[in-house]
Design a binder for this molecule. Sequence first.
Ligand code: F0G
Length: 422
Amino acid sequence: MNLTLSNPTAPAPDSADGGTWLACIDCEWTGPPFDEIRYRCPDCDGLLEVRYADLPTFDDFAKSEGRGVWRYADALPVESGVSIDEGDTPLYEVPTIEDEVGVSALRVKHEGMNPTGSFKDRGMTVGVKVAEKIGTDRLACASTGNTSAALACYGTRAGTEVLVLLPAGKVAAGKVAQASLHGARILEVDGNFDDCLDIVSELANRGEAYLLNSLNPFRLEGQKTIGLEIVEQFRDQTGDLPDRIVLPVGNAGNTSALFKAFRELVAAGELTPEEVPILTGVQAEGAAPMVEAVETDADFVRRWDEVETIATAIRIGNPVNAPKALPAIRETGGTAIAVTDEEITDAQRALAGDGIGVEPASAASVAGLRKLRESGEISADENVVCLTTGHLLKDPDAAANAGVEPEPVPADTDEVLEHLSK
Ligand code: F0G
């Protein structure tokens, strides 16, 4: 395996602050992490990532007094966060699905068990803290729902105004309810997620708000902890490492964050390059620009203007983190695959059958695993982790449509028994 994307052990530039700095992934630019607000490279417009002079080991994490995401504070750009106990989510066994697909070991990392019900909390606990440090009076994001719920929650916790832009009519009910109750100002845009992100990025560039989409490199640092937890939990449960992680892809933030977690573990001497899990992305057929790029071996991702899927969380046509995520998939020997809405719903039912309630986008990971096992791309001797990114209650309508129909009965025991005997 050849992990070439960037060198996480490059020497600290003069602009480093406490051993932390920002670097462009495409050119030589480096800069201070907190003195100026930057989302992209000032020289070439490339994506930025956070770099560290010192990379921690698992022994360092074991000595940590923090919990959840903050157990990994040594790997993060700030020592503590605006926190409501995010992270430390379960790594579940799924015996029925494991038997059905036939792999050596299958686990489900259920990020729906975070405080607001999705992995976004991991990014927000870090990102909102950095926003506080930088000093901003308004936080903003575009969202298919979960980012807005998490930002509304963490923003109000930090006492900061929150503005969210949502694609009108395309956000699941639970997510809008969360953003609303946590008091965010919600703008319903007559357009899709990518339009919302264009607008909010422009607002941020004009200094109207601090942007907390996954373009923000600090947010991805928090999401890195998913990868660190997976390695530790998988090893505790099986004595082994996962060979592959299968995950849903929207903006490809998690794909990028997991790869960064593993590259840093390699640089710290904790994993060999060969031990880095193979990153395998899954998109919905109606919103699959990353899959198209992987399948055609393209070096950029073509924006899809028309996108549609039942998995509204990943109804995205322009994955902003593609320049980080394409190398993540290619350099780990992974792939990307598209699944139909029907396959997503089937996988959602299968997970529910093993007691794990997820929203449709999350089930895409299991749908992808099933398909790649059938095609032989994933072999029977692999240890696999599927990432489920959001909780069932996020999208109650999709759950009810996928589940069994309630049966109306009269309020009478004999009639209930009569009904049950039919
Ligand atoms: N799964 C869920 C449940 C999500 O909410 C998202 C993204 C993804 C997967 C895709 O993750 O972007 O890291 O590839 N949701 C964003 C939002 C876009 O606004 O809530 P990714």
